[in-house]
Ligand binder design. Sequence first.
Ligand code: SF4
Length: 297
Amino acid sequence: MLQQTQASRVLPIYGRFLSRFPTPARCASSTVADVVDAWSGLGYNRRALHLHRAATAIVEHHGGVVPADLDQLRTLPGVGQYTARAVMAFAFEADVAVVDTNVARTLARVSGVALTTRAVQASADAVAPKGLGWSWNQAMLDLGASCCRARQPRCDACPLAACCRWRAGGRADPDPARRSALVSGGQSSFAGSDRQGRGRLIAALRAGSVAVADAARASGWPDDPGRAEQVVAALEREGLLVRGDGELRLPGQRYESAHAVHEHVGGRRDDDAPLPADAWPHDRQRRLDLTGEEVAV
Ligand code: SF4
């Protein structure tokens, strides 16, 4: 949740999410639609999909217990070096160094040169003290976020000031962090982006199915159905939606017809009988106006 999303935004959703999915098994036995629904407000819904797939893998291959092993964590869907190390450090208090964009920026500046991925990780590992992995990583993440900021670093308040080579050189251009690996260049503008259209469409789908013909309107691009179709196709490829019978749905999303409850799994209903025209219990227009969640996916 904390990948590319601020902690203040994550906090209230995190608690609700854990109440709903307290264990990997509960998450794995839920549908993608349920998990994406609980993810509402966080954006970047692909992370919800990855979390669901990771929970499934944990149940299938690790007895439902999150493995306390860096290499095994790396085999889980959506888990890269940063996430695996963060889980090891903060869940298992292991002595591994966590490198996010803030830490990478700090280490490049202290070194005075742009660092490769391997060099920045080696540099982080070299300074992490034994037995203090949990608190050390908290401190490093906070230092980069609050002190060694991308713009206007607060060198006067920095505990690393005495050993910082970039500062010693008068913070000369170019900033070594700018060309360093693992340092994010910042997010592109959200307004008008595909991410915004994806967010709107997923928000509409959380409330129920959307007719394929209404996808452009639900995405916020009523005059650009071609762009909406590209977004639909991308979400479908990624596994975030399924289409069938002229409708788009979140995978596993349940809906009620006048006679039965069907479930979409991998784009197919259990029962392939055509849906009655009055099968949809929702007000479709209201759902298409659900554009309140202006967050990316
Ligand atoms: S002294 Fe300044 S540039 Fe160097 S690590 Fe601290 S805040 Fe960053």
